[in-house]
Every structure is written in structure tokens, then in C-alpha cells.
Ligand binder design. Structure first.
Ligand code: CP
Ligand code: NVA
Length: 300
């Protein structure tokens, strides 16, 4: 594994190996054991979009591993004024040991990897969010004990989260269902891949998708960069809400996960959110452990 550009690039074994290391790092941290696996290593973190969890988990993660993280905002970098990615990649490769980038186009992340000579980590693009899904998988395995035989259901927009979750679920042996309105389906090539490689269903009917699910997942109706579509999306996603009615058709002990930030009253009710807050905030905590594991795998 040279980069983390998207989950589809990882084998099932590589995913499990990251999750195992994340579990170990979580256990060590809880027991006050610190391991400076990345002593002296430097990570650049380029952000072209806002972030709470991704920024803090990577920055704290690098600190805890004995390394250093630089926050590089698009507003300050020359990349924001049009310096080509090819040049930025070659320059930063001479200063840093790795780059985490959050941006719009997946191609920009792929280009950094293509032109640079250091590991590149995708911290979210419009296409996918692999780091989040590693933390999600970690949380599911912690609470459910296994992946095989589990059914994950995603309710809402076929966005970056849906794209990565379906790959992560199927690679680890879960079945995956998605309920989304027409016109808001996940990436068509990934849908094809999912159908070929696992148990995958897509429907417009939320209850049909959620029926018998072990994990219910949702995300915002309008992602970063889609602020102008907010009103149209509110109409399109009416009914695509994780609420009591949806939870009633899922398994009795179903978990609810949300990558956050959450919009209560839109994709999830406040009641369901609060009833599953333990799971959702453990999931947020697990970003730290999962990110540290990714950093160790790529930078050590
Ligand atoms: N879930 C997630 O990536 O959160 P941030 O946008 O706060 O980083
Ligand atoms: N789909 C959301 C995820 C945020 C973590 C977005 O891209 O804004």
C-alpha cells in the first residue's frame, strides 16, 4: 500500500490489517502507552473544504505518533491561486513525508500521487471518503464482532460517503442496501462493481432498504460544495430520513452511524440521533485511531 486514494485500491486483507492496527493503537492509548512510530515524520494537510474531525484526528494523530503535522489551507497555498498540482506535488515531496488532502475533484488527489513521490491520503473528495469509512468499519466490528452476515443500509444521497461505504461493506463481507431518490444514486461504475462483487440492493423505498439491517447509516442531504442546491435537495430528500419508523423495520439491536456533521430534523431525527449518540461519537473517536493506523502503514 503506497497511498490511500480510495478504498477500492485496497484489498480486503489491507483493510483488515489497518483495522487491526487501529484497534491496537486504541487499546494502547487507553492504557497510557505511547508509541512514537512516526518520530520525526512530517505530514502536510491540504484543506480546500472545512473540517473538524479529519483535521483534528490527523493533527493529533501525528502528534501522538511523535511526528508533526502542518495545516495548509487552500486560501494560503499557491495552489489556491492556480499553481499546478503537478508542481505542488513535486515541491511538497521534497519537504514532507506524506500529504493528506481534502478537496473537490478526485483527480486532484490522484494527480498528487502521480506527480509526487510521497504517500498521499484522501481526506475526502466529492467522490469518496475512505478515511471515514475505515473508522466506520472499526466501529462496526467493535460493536458487532464481525462483518460477515451483517447488513448495512445507507439512507439518503448517493454521495462520497455512500460510494466509500458500499466498497468498504462489500470488501469486508457485509451486504449493502441503499435507499436514495432517483437522480441521486451512487457512482454508476461502483454500483456495477458492487453488484458483481457482493450482495447489493438499491431502491427508492427507505423501509425496504432498512428492513432487517444491522447498521443504519446516513449523511447530509447537501454536501460541501452543494450549498446552492440546498433548497432543491430538501425537496428531493423529503422522506429519506432515519426516524423511528425506519428503526422499527431494522433489526432490534441495529446500530446507527453518521459521519457528522449531522442535521437533525433532516436526514435524521433528534430522537434517533440521541438514542444512538454513544455509537456515533465512538465512531467519531475512531477517526483518530483509524487515521493513526493509516499513517503508520504509509509513513513508517
Ligand atoms: N466526518 C468528517 O469527515 O468530518 P469533518 O468534515 O469534520 O472532517
Ligand atoms: N457528504 C459530506 C460528508 C462530510 C464528512 C460532505 O461531503 O460534505
Amino acid at each position: 500500500m503506497k497511498h490511500l486514494l480510495k478504498l477500492g485500491d485496497l484489498t480486503r486483507e489491507e483493510i483488515l490489517s489497518i483495522l487491526n492496527l487501529a484497534d491496537q493503537l486504541k487499546y494502547e492509548r487507553k492504557n497510557g502507552v505511547s508509541n512514537e512510530y512516526l518520530k520525526g515524520k512530517k505530514l502536510g494537510m491540504i484543506f480546500q473544504k472545512s473540517s473538524t474531525r479529519t483535521r483534528v484526528s490527523f493533527e493529533v494523530g501525528m502528534y501522538e505518533l511523535g511526528g508533526y503535522a502542518l495545516f495548509l489551507s487552500n486560501r494560503d497555498l499557491q495552489i489556491g491561486r492556480g499553481e499546478p498540482v503537478e508542481d505542488t506535488a513535486r515541491v511538497l515531496s521534497r519537504y514532507l513525508d506524506g500529504i493528506m488532502i481534502r478537496t473537490f475533484a478526485q483527480k486532484e488527489v490522484e494527480d498528487l500521487a502521480k506527480y509526487g513521490s510521497i504517500p498521499i491520503i484522501n481526506g475526502l473528495t466529492d467522490y469518496c471518503h475512505p478515511c471515514q469509512v475505515l473508522a466506520d468499519l472499526m466501529t462496526i466490528r467493535e460493536r458487532k464482532g464481525a462483518f460477515r452476515g451483517m447488513k448495512m443500509c445507507f439512507v439518503g444521497d448517493g454521495n462520497n460517503m455512500a460510494n466509500s461505504l458500499m466498497v468498504g461493506a462489500i470488501k469486508t463481507g457485509m451486504s449493502f442496501s441503499i435507499a436514495c431518490p432517483k437522480g441521486y444514486e451512487p457512482d454508476a461504475a461502483l454500483v456495477e462493481w458492487a453488484k458483481q462483487n457482493g450482495e447489493f440492493t438499491m431502491t427508492e423505498d427507505v423501509k425496504e432498504a432498512a428492513s432487517g439491517a444491522d447498521v443504519i447509516y446516513t449523511d447530509v442531504w447537501a454536501s460541501m460544495g452543494q450549498e446552492e442546491e440546498k433548497k432543491i435537495r430538501e425537496q428531493a430528500f423529503k422522506g429519506y430520513q432515519v426516524n423511528e419508523g425506519v428503526m422499527n423495520v431494522a433489526k432490534k439491536d441495529a446500530m446507527v452511524l453518521h459521519c457528522l456533521p449531522a442535521h437533525r430534523g433532516e436526514e435524521i431525527t433528534a430522537d434517533v440521533f440521541e438514542a444512538h449518540a454513544d455509537e456515533i461519537f465512538e465512531e467519531a473517536e475512531n477517526r483518530l485511531h483509524a487515521q493513526k493506523a493509516v499513517l503508520c502503514k504509509l509513513l513508517k
